[in-house]
Design a protein around this ligand. Structure first.
Ligand SMILES: [Zn+2]
Length: 262
């Protein structure tokens, strides 16, 4: 290995470790983030790492933004602020696969996979992290009723705008790093927004929802009030991470189809 390669792998390890130290990542999340970084670097070099870095940095900062207020909402959510391996794989897994793909079989199509999956991941993360701060309760896309803030499958104006800006940031950064052209930059932006919408609809219709047997509250958690919860609706194994992965993966898949057509 060349000395600069050792330096970059060391740099990725340091970023992952520091993120764990500051509780942006759990230890399992730090390992997954390290592997994601290495795979993306192997396939796309420093440019790939910069794009991943924009997603990781802005999402992490937004997670920390008004974290006290978000903690009050954590009753509803399966997991806390520090991301574990499943959350990292959900958001970065498709991008990591693109890295492996471009390393083994270099082709511009992998850049589309990388950028569209990260646009979707960024749009969704921005929507979640900023949408929950909305003063207005979000609207469920299933019942069209106002539901408690932070509910999966519900949208707010703030969250929707955040998704669009988050996706646009990735599309524009990708365009500045890779020879995408205006057409593909626009498509990646739209794929990011579509991925976020897929996330919302899967969250509303297919994601597992549970109810606490003690306090009767609806939750994504499998344990509440120290007891296993009761399955209410959705596919049991389809949790928020699986939904996130599927939406990023679908956005990338749509990008592949468009790339083949055009
Ligand atoms: Zn409970």
């Amino acid at each position: 290995m060349e000395i600069d390669q050792v330096f970059i792998i060391g740099f990725i390890a340091v970023v992952a470790s520091v993120s764990a130290y500051f509780q942006l990542l759990k230890p399992s999340g730090a390992i997954a983030a390290f592997l994601t970084g290495v795979f993306i670097w192997a396939g796309f070099g420093i440019k790939g790492l910069i794009l991943l870095g924009v997603f990781f940095l802005t999402s992490s900062l937004l997670s920390k933004y008004k974290s006290h207020r978000k903690q009050q909402l954590s009753e509803l959510h399966q997991k806390g602020a520090a991301r574990d391996w499943a959350q990292v794989a959900a958001n970065g897994g498709t991008a990591a696969l693109a890295g492996i793909g471009n390393f083994l079989l270099p082709d511009p199509i992998w850049t589309i996979v990388l950028a569209s999956s990260l646009a979707s991941a960024n749009g969704d993360t921005w929507a979640s992290e900023l949408g929950v701060l909305s003063k207005v309760q979000p609207l469920s896309v299933k019942s069209f009723k106002r539901v408690p803030t932070g509910t999966s499958g519900a949208i707010s104006a703030v969250g929707t705008a955040a998704a669009a800006v988050g996706s646009l940031l990735i599309a524009l950064t990708a365009a500045s790093l890779f020879p995408l052209g205006p057409g593909w930059t626009g498509i990646i932006f739209l794929l990011g927004v579509v991925g976020t919408m897929i996330d919302t609809f899967l969250g509303a219709y297919l994601q597992a929802e549970f109810a606490c047997v003690t306090c009767n509250r609806l939750t994504e958690k499998t344990i509440h009030c120290s007891l296993p919860t009761r399955h209410v609706s959705g596919i049991v194994k389809l949790d928020n991470d699986a939904v996130n992965f599927l939406s990023c993966f679908t956005a990338a898949l749509a990008g592949i189809v468009l790339y083949i057509i055009f």
